[in-house]
Design a protein around this ligand. Structure first.
Ligand code: FES
Length: 125
């Protein structure tokens, strides 16, 4: 039911944890199941230099979080913002249809972290 890539990211998730001095933090909840995800980013010159996640959720949510951190690291904020739930699912070689909603968490979490960073930056100027 799950692709090898999903299982691999689930059993060996990348970039798990917290960034204590994060520049932006995104917290999103999935209304379908109640699962929660936090994404932390460090930003320098508009590039995501570090990213970590904590996910209280299902295997698909953990695999999609892990994958999106790999996809976003080193990207500009503009590029990272464009990563869609479909892109994440595709990079994981597909998700079962009943699990597609889980990939929303990762894409929305990353966008929320970028927004948080931008709001904080505006407040400083
Ligand atoms: Fe909740 Fe997958 S079942 S995110």
């Amino acid at each position: 039911m799950y692709s090898d890539k999903v299982l691999e990211h689930f059993t060996n998730p990348r970039n798990v944890g917290e960034i204590p001095d994060a520049d932006g933090i995104g917290k999103v909840g999935n209304p379908v199941c109640g699962d929660v995800m936090f994404i932390y980013i460090k930003v320098k010159d508009d590039i995501i230099t570090d990213i970590k996640f904590k996910t209280l959720g299902c295997g698909a949510a953990i695999a999609t979080s892990s994958m999106i951190t790999e996809m976003a690291k080193g990207k500009t904020l503009e590029e990272a913002r464009k990563i869609s739930r479909g892109d994440v699912a595709e990079a994981l070689e597909g998700l079962p249809p009943q699990k597609m909603h889980c990939s929303n968490l990762a894409a929305d979490g990353l966008k929320a972290a970028i927004e948080d960073y931008e709001n904080k930056k505006k407040q400083q100027t």
